[in-house]
Write a new protein. Structure first.
Ligand SMILES: Cc1cc2nc3c(=O)[nH]c(=O)nc-3n(C[C@H](O)[C@H](O)[C@H](O)COP(=O)(O)OP(=O)(O)OC[C@H]3O[C@@H](n4cnc5c(N)ncnc54)[C@H](O)[C@@H]3O)c2cc1C
Ligand SMILES: *[C@@H]1O[C@H](CO)[C@@H](O)[C@H](O)[C@H]1NC(C)=O
Ligand SMILES: *[C@@H]1O[C@H](CO)[C@@H](O)[C@H](O)[C@H]1NC(C)=O
Ligand SMILES: *[C@@H]1O[C@H](CO)[C@@H](O)[C@H](O)[C@H]1NC(C)=O
Ligand SMILES: *[C@@H]1O[C@H](CO)[C@@H](O)[C@H](O)[C@H]1NC(C)=O
Ligand SMILES: *[C@@H]1O[C@H](CO)[C@@H](O)[C@H](O)[C@H]1NC(C)=O
Length: 489
């Protein structure tokens, strides 16, 4: 979710690497024989968890608090994933530039309480109206009428009535079989069918980064704009001290104290169904190479074939994951982006529902703690991932064009304080694949080959929704799997 509110540099676009061909077993050349490793280099656990973002961390504590021995393996030097907090060098204040908003829901308070932390309400409708910029030209669009709140409320009512027909979608991709046509039609068509034009801008802005919102299958909007989310929109929660990384700092301390965390670590190869029945992983850590022996594996990273290249993926898994596509999403803190306390919002009045073409900015928001700093959100359409260099260049070019077009004169040129690439974001299947049972097939992987799967791809880009899915769906499956000691094939 994103806090509400150029000609695109198309030349900079690079395609996502083409789907890799089905790889052979990746453990050739590595030795997974325990006899080759000293006791100090063998770690035995109930569940090895790959990825220590929002979902991997939550899963770890659910399992740990259920008495299971866990190990979280994270490639970065910190937990939190998309949760990122920048420290303003001048004031020392935190600026959350990633995950920030949670539901007003006990699952959030209880998780925060688990770490002696609290959340507070945050009003996302507060603050001055944004300046609407057409970033294709950089021009400030004067006189944009305020959105019609009664029309929005009426459209939300019609949308919610359709959603209410599919209550099982509130828990995950539990689609009816056959999949009803209105779930796979392009969202633009669904908007026309139910007269929802008044809510398109609102959905575009609250979703975070959804690129070509009108072209995506409608079920992807249902996935994001659930009834539970809409019910909490007036009442979001955030860290009481405005630092959403604090929870991950405490999680890190607790997992480290029980030797349950490998940071800065890289899985070299896996043998998910070994002769002994357990999962074996060879992991490079800052303390050397370790052999991890686990009863079950829980993979929470975005499951692209590229990301899973070291994980003895079989054909069934490969065929499913190679269908996923995501959007490009880039966040940054920028000095001299716009005048102090001015929010820039991208709008294209000539386009349907005034949606700005991507690649382009979503918004540039005042940082709230330092008038010289803005937090900017930039994105692309599905399957158009920009390299870091191309995204950085496009962001700066777009801001310079806006400044020149409007005679904006700041103390210097726009420059990055920090830049973060969250791509590929919102991995999803096509309408065609969805109709053919993609999500049923993907969910059917749970528990096969000693492996369980979790993360935003399995639910939605929404921490609270993912935590509920973890608690209600995935963790019970993992616990049942541990109980049965079933190896599967
Ligand atoms: C800018 C931004 C703002 C957002 N704002 C909100 C918000 O306000 N509220 C909200 O609910 N949601 C928000 N989201 C959505 C957010 O993505 C989800 O809430 C949640 O973080 C998804 O968790 P995850 O664990 O699936 O992914 P991540 O948090 O991305 O975690 C994946 C982890 O796996 C690690 N990893 C990747 N590959 C490997 C590997 N090979 N080996 C080991 N580790 C690996 C990564 O480093 C990362 O730590 C936002 C997302 C972004 C990008
Ligand atoms: C926010 O919390 C993280 C994790 O504990 C910490 O490393 C960071 O210094 C904090 N930021 C600020 C500005 O307090
Ligand atoms: C929370 O506070 C209690 C009481 O002071 C303490 O026992 C506990 O260890 C703390 N837990 C964490 C995760 O900080
Ligand atoms: C949030 O801010 C808006 C705009 O300032 C205001 O109309 C609304 O009443 C506020 N909501 C809450 C719950 O304070
Ligand atoms: C707002 O929308 C309603 C329809 O829901 C319409 O009757 C009304 O005229 C609109 N108001 C404005 C100011 O456009
Ligand atoms: C911008 O500001 C600088 C410093 O205040 C000044 O020298 C310069 O003339 C200004 N340029 C414009 C176009 O206003």
């Amino acid at each position: 979710m994103r806090f509400i509110h150029t000609p695109a540099v198309l030349a900079g676009l690079t395609a996502l690497p083409q789907a890799l061909s089905f790889p052979g077993p990746p453990h050739i050349g590595f030795n997974l024989d325990a006899a080759q490793y000293g006791q100090d280099n063998i770690v035995s656990v109930d569940v090895a968890i790959i990825g220590g973002g929002s979902v991997g961390t939550y899963s770890a504590f659910q399992l740990k608090d259920a008495g299971k021995k866990v190990l979280v393996i994270e490639k970065k030097g910190r937990l939190g994933g998309h949760t990122e907090t920048f420290t303003d060098p001048e004031t020392g204040s935190p600026i959350d530039i990633g995950v920030k908003l949670y539901y007003n829901d006990p699952i959030v308070y209880n998780y925060y309480k688990r770490f002696n932390l609290t959340t507070s309400n945050i009003n996302i409708s507060g603050g001055p109206a944004p300046q609407y910029i057409d970033f294709r030209t950089g021009k400030d669009l004067q006189g944009v009428p305020p959105s019609n709140s009664s029309a929005l409320a009426a459209a939300l009512g019609r949308y919610s009535a359709v959603l209410a027909k599919y209550p099982q979608l509130e828990r995950g991709f539990f689609l009816p079989d056959p999949v009803p046509e209105e779930l796979t039609m392009p969202f633009g068509q669904f908007v026309e069918k139910y007269d929802l034009g008044a809510l398109v801008q609102f959905f575009f802005n609250i979703a975070g980064a959804f690129g070509d919102i009108l072209e995506l299958p409608t079920v992807q909007q249902f996935r994001a704009q659930s009834l539970e989310l809409l019910a909490t929109v007036q009442d979001f929660q955030t860290s009481s001290v405005m630092n959403n990384s604090l929870l991950y700092g405490r999680a890190e301390a607790e997992l480290s104290a029980s030797k349950s965390l490998f940071l800065n670590s890289n899985v070299l190869c896996t043998e998910r169904v070994s002769k002994s029945g357990s999962v074996k992983l060879l992991v490079d850590t800052p303390q050397g190479r370790k052999l991890v022996v686990a009863k079950k594996l829980l993979i929470t990273i975005p499951p692209t074939p590229a990301a899973l290249k070291n994980f003895d993926i079989n054909k069934e898994e490969f065929d499913i994951f190679s269908q996923l596509k995501g959007v490009g999403y880039y966040t940054s803190v920028i000095r001299n982006a716009a005048p102090p306390n001015v929010q820039l919002q991208n709008l294209a009045l000539t386009e349907p529902y005034a949606l700005p073409p991507m690649p382009g900015f979503y918004t540039c928001n005042p940082s709230g703690v330092n008038p010289a700093l803005h937090v900017c959100y930039y994105g692309t359409k599905l399957d158009q991932i920009l390299s870091d260099d191309d995204a950085r260049a496009a962001i700066i070019a777009s801001l310079k064009q806006y400044q020149a077009a409007n005679g904006v004169n700041l103390t210097g040129p726009p420059e990055f304080e920090v830049f973060s690439n969250h791509s590929p974001y919102y991995l999803m299947a096509s309408a065609e694949a969805t109709k053919e049972g993609f999500y049923k097939d993907m969910y059917a992987l749970q528990g096969k080959r000693n492996t369980f799967w979790n993360g935003a791809t399995w639910r939605t880009q929404d921490s609270t929704a993912c935590w509920k899915f973890t608690k209600d769906v995935v963790v019970p499956q993992v616990l049942a799997g541990l109980g049965a000691g079933d190896v599967g094939v």
